[in-house]
Write a protein that binds this ligand. Sequence first.
Ligand code: S5P
Length: 471
Amino acid sequence: MDYDTKLEDLALSLFNIDAVKFGDFTTKSGIKTPVYFDLRVIVSYPEVMELISDLLYEFAVKDNKSNHLCGVPYTALPIATLLSVKAKKSMLMRRKEAKSYGTKKMVEGHYNSGDTCLIIEDVVTSGSSVLETVNDLRKEGLNADEAIIILDREQGGRKNLESNSVKMKSLFTMTKLISILVAHNKITPQVGMDVANYLQSPVTIPVIDRILLPYEKRAEMTTNLAAKQLFNIMATKKTNLCLSVDLTSATDILNLVEKVGEHICMVKTHIDIIEDFSDNFITNLKSLAQKFNFLILEDRKFADIGNTVSLQYSKGLYKVGQWADCVTVHSLPGEGILKALNASMNEINQGVFLLAEMSCEGNLITPDYTEATVKMAAKYPNLITGFVCQKKETFKDPGLIQFTPGVQLESSKDNLGQVYNTPEKVILENGADIVVVGRGIVAAKSPESQAVIYKDTLWKCYAKRVSGKIE
Ligand code: S5P
């Protein structure tokens, strides 16, 4: 059988085994579609598996020079396995979730940084699944610049992959598959037309993994002006260090900030622990912020009903709203708290860091609470600067900032439940954008030289992360 006959044969087989269906379907994201693919069923049909692997081998694997093959989990895994055996080419396996024990590797198999890897996938719509695998391979230092696909749905995937430097080749386009099925009277020309019309409709663009994007790019993607300023400060000053200046004397705080101001992007205060608070303290802190170009976050962790929070924010001894660029807020009371702050924030470049997770052990935040927090934040795009959280999976929006406390050079705990992770862990694994360090600097013999060590270490981790070459 020649290549074209085999291809026709495959199109008809996919139709016969219901891997492609026509009718009125609704996708997971709620979009109506006249055509539906489910290639997961092919594992039940060895002759179809054989046909697919023969065709892909002829089409794109036989002459390919890549060191490895990698299937996008799960449907393409068995296909990649067949191709690997046929081509005598090593296979890599990408996990969908990192193991919670042992090596935490996302990619299994033996490989070296710099090796090339060909991606195998069944169906591409927007390209986002392929990009997830590409991201993980690139983090391992692998070059993943080519993908072969069984079916291109022609809904923007090719272009999206190209803009992420991935060349895509497909056995079928949707148009080609449909024309084969019409020619063999499997579907009517009208159904063919319906599919063609459907293909004209717009598709969603996949989001690139935020942790691989540099801060200056993300500055352009944010809808909150404090986040924009922070991304720009970090990129210009080359620091993602926030100093948590948890001291109780105003003079000590100002002296410390004077020494470390050039190394930080943000100062985080707990204004209610200062014993000699005065308006003068605020004036001095603001002028240091101006001099060294950093923002001020008051870590007030508001958590009351909207009305009380508006008063706490703008009145009383501290008048937080008059000087803090950002404040931290619990989502516990629900949306009212965000409505209140949205109305109270008088400067348009102020913002809120919403607590989605906490660093201390035994805290009562659950995954559902975290998810609901992120959903709630999405309703206030101009207000939210980012999330106080611990994990990169917590949110996707590259315009928001992951603000992560609980960091010291060595992993440890204090005796009141605080848990410390290392800079490498929080930036490379957990996705932190701004890293908060308190006692790691404040309680050091020389806070100034310690701040430089933190700044350099954190920046190195960030640079490694955006280079995409995480070993
Ligand atoms: O989950 C959290 C959230 C915050 S804002 N865990 C925290 O530790 N923080 C704050 O970060 C905490 O209030 C403290 O000011 C700082 C951590 O200080 P360190 O001395 O433990 O580094």
